[in-house]
Ligand binder design. Structure first.
Ligand code: GLY
Length: 283
C-alpha cells in the first residue's frame, strides 16, 4: 500500500495478510499518517526478493548505465523496523551481475528512454530504476529521475571521470561522444548516521564533532545530508544527517573503514545501522 504523494521515502506499507492491507489503508487514507500524500492510495502486487538500484544517465538518445548499488531501507539491522529514505548503500552490488545488468539495460532502461522520446517527452538526466530481484527475474518497483540517496555516495566515490564533463555532455546531447567512464575498481560502502527518533519526529541543532578526524582516515569521505552551520559549528538539521563513505579492497574492508569513520563522529542521539553491506558479503 502506498501513499501516492511525496512522503520522503516512508509512504509504503508492505503487507503480509489481508487484515494488514486494510489496516494500512486506514493508516494512509483515514488517519492520514503521511498527510495529504495519502489522499490517493496505490495498491501494488507485493514482490519478494532483494532490492537493487540501477541508475543510468541519458541525454535522450544514449544511455550510460552506472554500476548497480544496493540501499538499506528499513531503519533497523537485518532489515527490521519502519521504512526510511535509506540507511546505507554499497556499490557495486554483487546481486546484479553483468548478465542481469545488461538484461536490465535492454529490457528496462532502453525501452523507457525510447518510450519517453516517442511520446515527445525526451528525458535528459538521471534515470533511477528501483528494482526487485525476484525468482521471476528483476521487476521495476519505481523510477526516480534523480540520483539516489544514499546510493549516489558510493557510486560517485568510485567515479574517476569528471562528473561535470559527464553532466555537460548530458545537457548538450553529446553522451555518444564521451570516453567510457573510468571507475575505481574498489567497492564503496556508505553508512548513514541519523538523528534520534528518525524516521519519526526528531530534534535538530545538535553539535556534531569528529568530522575532521573521520575525513582524515584513508579512503573515507563524509557526505553531508542534513546539516547546517550555527555559530561556526556544524549541527544536525535533518533526519538523515551524514553519509560516511569509504572505499576498500573488498566490500568487507570498505565496510570496516566506513564504520571507523562513523566511530570518530558524535552528537547526542546519533545512531546508524551496524550491518550495512552484510547482504553483499553473504552473496
Ligand atoms: N535511496 C532511495 C532513494 O533515493 O529514493
Amino acid at each position: 500500500m502506498k501513499a501516492d504523494g511525496l512522503a520522503a521515502g516512508k509512504g509504503v506499507i508492505v503487507c503480509q495478510h489481508r487484515a494488514d492491507a486494510i489496516e494500512a489503508i486506514d493508516r494512509i487514507g483515514v488517519d492520514r499518517e503521511f498527510g495529504d500524500a495519502g489522499r490517493d492510495i496505490v495498491i501494488e502486487e507485493r514482490l519478494d526478493g532483494q532490492e537493487a538500484s540501477v541508475l543510468a544517465i541519458t541525454d535522450g538518445q544514449t544511455i550510460v548505465t552506472l554500476p548497480p548499488a544496493q540501499d538499506h531501507k528499513p531503519a533497523k539491522d537485518v532489515d527490521k523496523g519502519p521504512n526510511t529514505g535509506g540507511m546505507g548503500a554499497y556499490s557495486p552490488a554483487p546481486l546484479v551481475d553483468a548478465e542481469m545488468l545488461s538484461w536490465i539495460e535492454e529490457n528496462v532502461l532502453v525501452p523507457t528512454v525510447h518510450a519517453m522520446k516517442r511520446s515527445r517527452h525526451p528525458f535528459r538526466g538521471v534515470l533511477y530504476a528501483g528494482l526487485m530481484a525476484t525468482n521471476q527475474g528483476p521487476k521495476v518497483l519505481e523510477y526516480n529521475v534523480r540520483f539516489g540517496d544514499p546510493e549516489c555516495q558510493p557510486i560517485l566515490m568510485r567515479l574517476q571521470s569528471d562528473l561535470v564533463d559527464l553532466l555537460e555532455a548530458t545537457v548538450d546531447g553529446r553522451l555518444d561522444e564521451i570516453e567510457p567512464l573510468q571507475w575505481d575498481p574498489r567497492p564503496a560502502v556508505c553508512v548513514v548516521m541519523a538523528s534520534e527518533g528518525y524516521p519519526g519526529p526528531y530534534e535538530k541543532g545538535k553539535v556534531i564533532t569528529g568530522l575532521d578526524e573521520a575525513a582524515a582516515l584513508d579512503d573515507v569521505k563524509v557526505f553531508h545530508a542534513g546539516t547546517a552551520i550555527r555559530d561556526g559549528k556544524v549541527v544536525s538539521a535533518g533526519g538523515r544527517v551524514l553519509g560516511v563513505t569509504a572505499l576498500g579492497k573488498s566490500i568487507a574492508t570498505a565496510k570496516l573503514q566506513a564504520y571507523r569513520g562513523v566511530k570518530c563522529i558524535r552528537w547526542p542521539g546519533a545512531w546508524c545501522r551496524k550491518d550495512i553491506s552484510d547482504k553483499a558479503i553473504q552473496v
